[in-house]
Ligand binder design. Structure first.
Ligand SMILES: NC(=O)c1ccc[n+]([C@@H]2O[C@H](COP(=O)([O-])OP(=O)(O)OC[C@H]3O[C@@H](n4cnc5c(N)ncnc54)[C@H](OP(=O)(O)O)[C@@H]3O)[C@@H](O)[C@H]2O)c1
Length: 214
């Protein structure tokens, strides 16, 4: 796959560092020189946000959550995303209140989807801290890391593949009408991270397909 990433910060680097062994990845940033030196460390390339959006069949929105819509504008606006799979990894969470910043009961993912009507949108990779995504082997206590995601149908298979390609096990929560639950759950994770808990211990390691005996 060709993956364009809007951003070249911690999450962009952690995910791209894994994807670049099997996919072509282009990072981006407002400072392309800075983005290029990060890309060089992980076998990716870098360019402007617009170049990354043009390059990718898949576009990952990996700015800070406050910058998601300005990042989309830098990338060329909604037309630049038409026909592409768009992965929202962002947590719209206040680090003062540890509540989500969306107050309409809908998620950032749905707002992105509304803004990009020609794109196929999903949410993934938001539930674990960057240090977890950097782990080469995502098996903990003998269990593979599970990552919950939401997606519209056309984005599903791509997101499943990209979760597997970082070494995790995908678990579909549902369509993007469930994304607000991922954002609220991430607020719990972030609260305990800020309280000093180890990123590996919070909420990540549910096993799929283990049914209770009744
Ligand atoms: N950090 C975590 O543990 C974690 C875990 C799960 C999810 N998340 C979510 O992932 C998102 C990214 O987090 P992060 O920690 O990777 O953030 P970060 O390190 O602050 O990186 C943000 C990146 O966005 C770039 N950027 C900002 N505006 C841009 C624009 N208009 N065009 C292109 N690039 C732009 C910045 O580069 P320039 O300044 O050079 O433009 C920077 O590379 C956040 O929304 C967060 O909620 C984070």
């Amino acid at each position: 796959m060709k993956i364009g990433i809007i951003g070249s910060g911690g999450m962009a680097k952690a995910l791209a560092g894994k994807w670049s062994s099997t996919h072509e990845v282009m990072l981006s940033g407002r400072d392309v020189t800075k983005a290029s030196s990060i890309a060089a460390e992980i076998g990716a390339t870098a360019g402007t946000a617009s170049a990354a959006a043009t390059f990718g069949d898949v576009i990952v929105l990996a700015t800070r959550w406050e910058d998601v819509f300005s990042g989309i504008e830098s990338a060329g606006g909604p037309d630049a995303f038409a026909g592409k799979v768009v992965i929202d990894i962002n947590n719209p969470v206040s680090i003062e209140t540890f509540l989500t910043t969306r107050d309409d009961g809908r998620s950032l993912t749905q707002a992105i989807s509304d803004h990009l009507p020609g794109a196929h949108v999903g949410k993934a990779f938001n539930m674990a801290q960057v240090a977890v995504w950097e782990d080469e082997n995502m098996t903990y206590d003998g269990r593979q890391m599970v990552t919950l995601y939401t997606a519209d149908n056309a984005a599903n298979d791509t997101i499943v593949q990209l979760i597997k390609d970082v070494g995790a096990e995908p678990l579909r929560l549902g369509g993007n009408e469930h994304a607000y639950q991922l954002e609220a759950a991430a607020a719990i994770v972030i609260k305990f991270l800020f309280a000093g808990r180890d990123p590996h211990t919070i909420f990540n390691f549910i096993q799929p397909e283990v049914k209770a005996v009744r």
